[in-house]
Design a protein around this ligand. Structure first.
Ligand code: GLY
Ligand code: MN
Ligand code: MN
Length: 442
């Protein structure tokens, strides 16, 4: 199937599901806003536009503010598409592409033209972040929770169209990852490596689905490090490289991390071992089993490495039980992925909004959901040498189990994270990320 056919199927599915949701919530007119440009305080400079994810679930246009999608039961959705006369700024332009046939498109050159059609409608619901500015449109409701829960719950299971986007986004990101890796081994600075990534992906920084993490040496220990140093390291002082960088295709995000050792040393063995942890963790995911189970198991795998590489002198079970693995692996195993990098619905257990929060000891786990067919999520175990957490460990009763000399000698490497993007099928999994890298190596 080509993209046009996949998209048509996607929209039919959404219409069918939304019909039921509208019915249940007594919504006659659903109005989804793409968003508005935001300006810096007392300035005419705009922040980069970030489209409403509810809008791009239907319309794969991520760069056009002031659009409104009008959905009614069993009717072709009407898209008020903003295309003003503006000689100052480039506009999104005429609607074109694989998606246009699914909408009744009405071009508007100013927002009042949409207001005329969409205000004062009975049983109307507005979805967007500008309810206050649009108060005079008199929507019956804005962003009602019961509607959001329904959609956020269903969004976890992707359609074939969404799957195709995520697969293709991974291909572009994987290629850019290899360009970044090559720049690292050629002695590039963080700044230069990031450039190599963006050049390969063909994007500007504001088009990344999230801020690239490009970390040399000890900075790999900062989980969301987005500084880009121009500092050049000698070969002697180049140790490691952690890159967490993605790509956005039609509003769908890839989210990939790889870590490299500059030399063939014990750190490179640890990187290989962590890749093994990632693969084992992926294996653990099964239909009808909660994400939490895999997260908890991954702590045992990390603990095994902590023992095997002689960082901690305890058995793996004791390392987990004494909460030492959490010092080295402080974040969650992963999260849902899709229209948002940290996609919604990770804690939802049903469309009514019942939430299951993560276990008390694992507050940063973003997904507790029971995994089902069609779910897309990341798996991203990590092992880091994080100064403030190690300081806490040193001041704790557990300090005596740690081989500090060894741990201290690894601080210069920062840490390791390996992250793949996984689609659950009925009988197995599609690993978008591994497949993408494999294809490139052919
Ligand atoms: N890139 C952010 C994350 O992996 O969650
Ligand atoms: Mn991630
Ligand atoms: Mn990531």
């Amino acid at each position: 199937m080509n993209f046009e056919e996949l998209f048509s199927e996607h929209i039919s599915y959404l219409q069918n599901e939304y019909n039921k949701i509208l019915e249940k919530n007594n919504i006659e007119h659903l109005i989804i806003h793409s968003g508005q440009l935001k300006y810096a305080f007392l300035d005419d400079l705009q922040y980069p536009f970030k489209v409403n994810p509810h809008f791009k679930y239907f319309v794969p246009v991520t760069n056009n503010p002031n659009c409104f999608l009008h959905i009614r039961k069993a009717e072709k959705p009407v898209l008020y598409y903003y295309n003003p006369t503006d000689f100052w700024h480039e506009q999104a332009g005429d609607p074109e592409g694989f998606w246009v046939n699914e909408f009744d498109i009405k071009i508007i050159t100013n927002v009042d033209q949409a207001k005329e059609k969409l205000s004062n409608l009975p049983h109307s619901t507005y979805i967007g972040e500008h309810a206050d500015e649009l108060a005079s449109w008199n929507f019956t409701k804005s962003n009602p929770e019961e509607f959001l829960h329904e959609v956020h719950f269903m969004r976890a299971a992707k359609t074939e169209y969404e799957r195709a986007n995520l697969r293709e986004a991974n291909k572009v990101a994987a290629k850019a990852h290899l360009a970044a890796r090559d720049a690292f081994y050629a002695g590039g600075t963080e700044f230069e490596i990031n450039h190599a990534y963006l050049k390969s992906a063909g994007i500007l920084e504001h088009q990344e689905p999230y801020g690239n993490i490009v970390a040399l040496n000890e900075k790999g220990a900062i989980l969301h490090y987005t500084n880009l140093r121009t500092q050049k390291f000698s070969k002697e002082n180049t140790h490691s490289f952690l890159i967490d960088a993605g790509y956005d295709l039609n509003g769908y995000a890839a989210d990939i991390t790889r870590t490299y050792s500059f030399k063939n040393d014990e750190f490179s063995e640890l990187v290989r071992a962590m890749d093994g942890v990632l693969l084992k963790s992926i294996e653990d995911f099964k239909i009808d089993v909660a994400y939490t189970e895999s997260h908890l198991k991954s702590h045992t795998y990390i603990a095994e490495l902590l023992k095997q590489f002689k960082f901690v002198d305890l058995d793996p079970e004791a390392i987990v039980e004494k909460k030492i693995s959490k010092i080295f692996f402080p974040h969650g195993l992963g999260h849902f992925l899709g229209l948002q990098v940290h996609d919604v619905g990770g804690y939802l257990q049903n469309p009514l909004g019942t939430q299951v929060t993560p276990p008390e000891d694992h507050p940063f786990l973003r997904c507790t959901r029971v995994i089902q067919k069609g779910h897309v999520f990341t798996v991203e175990p990590g092992l880091y040498f994080i100064d403030p957490l190690l300081k806490d460990l040193k001041n704790s009763e557990n300090a005596k189990y740690i081989n500090w000399e060894k741990v201290d000698s690894f601080r210069k490497f920062g840490g390791i994270r390996m992250e793949d993007n996984i689609f659950m099928t009925e009988t197995g999994k599609e690993n978008f990320t591994r497949n993408a890298f494999k294809q490139l190596k052919k």
